[in-house]
Design a protein around this ligand. Sequence first.
Ligand SMILES: [Fe+2]
Length: 205
Amino acid sequence: MSYPFSLPPNRCQSRNLEPAIDARTMEIHHDKHHGAYVNNLNTALEAHPEFHNRDVEWLLRNINSVPENIRTAVRNNGGGHANHSLFWELLAPGGSKEPGGALAKMISDTFGSYNAFVEKFNQAALTRFGSGWAWLGMDPQGKLQVVSTANQDSPFMDGNTPILGLDVWEHAYYLNYQNRRGDYIKAFWPLVNWDAVADNFKATR
Ligand SMILES: [Fe+2]
């Protein structure tokens, strides 16, 4: 999908994520925050038809070839669009509750165990100062990595491919959890649909 970018439907609201994530937070998060990223990305690209056939992943992977006068806008809003689009697909009650198959094996081989992976991911999410994301992604050598990014920076910008992400901006949890980011992180895991993560994993190979 390329310019003009559009806000994906709010599939999360129709899925019941409460009490982990309340419906009001999800509505504002999707409609207002993600909506603004999409609008601002389109505004930035409007006068640049040379990028109108590029998808958001290409724009982020090639952010340095985007003209300087719109680079920050594309980085922040393109990142915001890509990050949230992936995030919504992962939040689904139902589906597999833990990784299986080749992904489960690679997580164990890389991190020692599933629990060790979760611990590492939680640390990345907890220690991200200010706003940002924690990620499980695939690096260009085909190795799994846990990383965190600031603001709406995308793992694509570093050549990595995100397969699982957690939004730790306060807008993702403040109504329900206020300053208790750790409680929000804990509530996130039962929502993860590992079938969606597995699809992302397969697409990287
Ligand atoms: Fe967000």
